[in-house]
Design a protein around this ligand. Structure first.
Ligand code: NAD
Length: 312
């Protein structure tokens, strides 16, 4: 028996793709191949070489390469899809749908052919719909195709709560349900600070403001950046998911997964709490929502169905 390092392919070597590669290399999680379009192959190779040269300083021994040829993702264990266009100020995630759906279909065909046993994590927006497109195109089992939104959205909510309370961010525990849009559902009832319900520590009006800021968290950064969307925290979220799979951590995380009746959702991919481990999505955790939460969740699901209807 011989052991080898996990192989991680990252499709799209732009802001999020390159940042994920850097974080994966720093954590020495596996060998990395970045893939971008032929016109940007040299740019991607430049980024790969730059990240590789951080290795001696970081004491990290992994390979980092870049290519535009999908043959080079052969036998990847995990493939992350960041390919596509990102939002600019004034754009919704849905504005990206036609361009990105076509890119995700092409990319998914290649993954199906060259890395048929891989686990796929989709980041490209609108991510709930793009996860569905990837699942449909690859035909992979549902435990192996998932999307990232809830870890980022939860991290934003936790950041704002920690700032408001001037307390350590790691003491905040919460999660966000639903689609990755302005209708997402931060679950206040399940939000704790060092085990204490947040509602005991902050007034309701302030909590509502933090919920609203979380929902619009992506847009706030887009406005500030002026060109492009967030990438450091999204990359950290992806790396967290990869780690849970590679290390078989069986973590409870909000992840976009294909639902067949759970949470009364049928035939759509949407963010819910799951167990993430060595088999990818190991199970979905179903919670009883109260009337208000269910209504907000239904609204979010409706938006995801509407987005999907544009491409179905
Ligand atoms: P970016 O423009 O910096 O990078 C995208 C890269 O994809 C570019 O380098 C582009 O050349 C490449 N690309 C396009 N078509 C390709 C193809 N067919 N094959 C390979 N590569 C291809 O964008 P970014 O900031 O890295 O964002 C990437 C995507 O992720 C966007 O759709 C963005 O909206 C989304 N995003 C989602 C979340 C989330 O939480 N789900 C968070 C941040 C960004």
């Amino acid at each position: 028996m011989s052991f080898r390092r996990p192989r991680i392919a990252i499709i799209g070597a732009g802001h999020t793709g390159a940042t994920i590669a850097l974080m994966v290399a720093q954590k020495e999680m596996g060998d990395i191949v970045l893939v971008d379009v032929p016109e940007l192959e040299n740019t991607a190779k430049g980024k790969a070489l730059d990240i590789l040269q951080a290795g001696p300083i970081e004491k990290s021994n992994v390979q980092v390469t870049a290519t535009s040829r999908y043959e080079e993702i052969a036998h990847a264990d995990i493939v992350v899809i960041t390919a596509g266009i990102a939002r600019k100020p004034g754009m919704t995630r849905e504005d990206l749908i036609h361009t990105n759906a076509s890119i995700i279909r092409t990319v998914s065909e290649q993954i199906k052919y060259y890395a048929p046993a891989s686990y796929i994590i989709v980041l490209s927006n609108p991510v709930d719909a793009m996860t569905y497109v990837c699942l449909e195109t690859t035909g992979f089992p549902k435990n192996r195709v998932m999307g990232q939104s809830g870890i980022l959205d939860t991290a934003r909510f936790n950041t704002f709560i920690a700032q408001a309370l001037q307390l350590a961010v790691e003491d905040i525990s919460s999660f966000v349900l639903g689609g990755h849009g302005d209708e997402m559902v931060p679950l206040v009832r399940y939000t704790y600070v060092g085990g204490i319900p947040v509602e005991k520590l902050l007034p309701q009006t302030q909590i509502e403001q933090l919920v609203e800021r979380t929902r619009k968290g992506g847009g706030e950064i887009i406005e500030l950046l002026g060109n492009g969307s967030a990438y450091y925290a999204p990359a950290a979220a992806i790396v967290r998911m990869m780690e849970a799979i590679v290390k078989d951590q069986r973590k409870v995380m909000p992840i976009i997964t294909y639902l067949q009746g759970e949470y009364q959702v049928n035939n759509a991919c949407i963010g819910v709490p799951v167990v993430l481990g060595g088999n990818g999505i190991e199970s979905v955790i179903e919670l009883n929502l109260n009337e208000e939460e269910q209504k907000a969740f239904n609204h979010s699901v409706h938006q995801v169905y509407r987005t999907l209807s544009y491409i179905k």
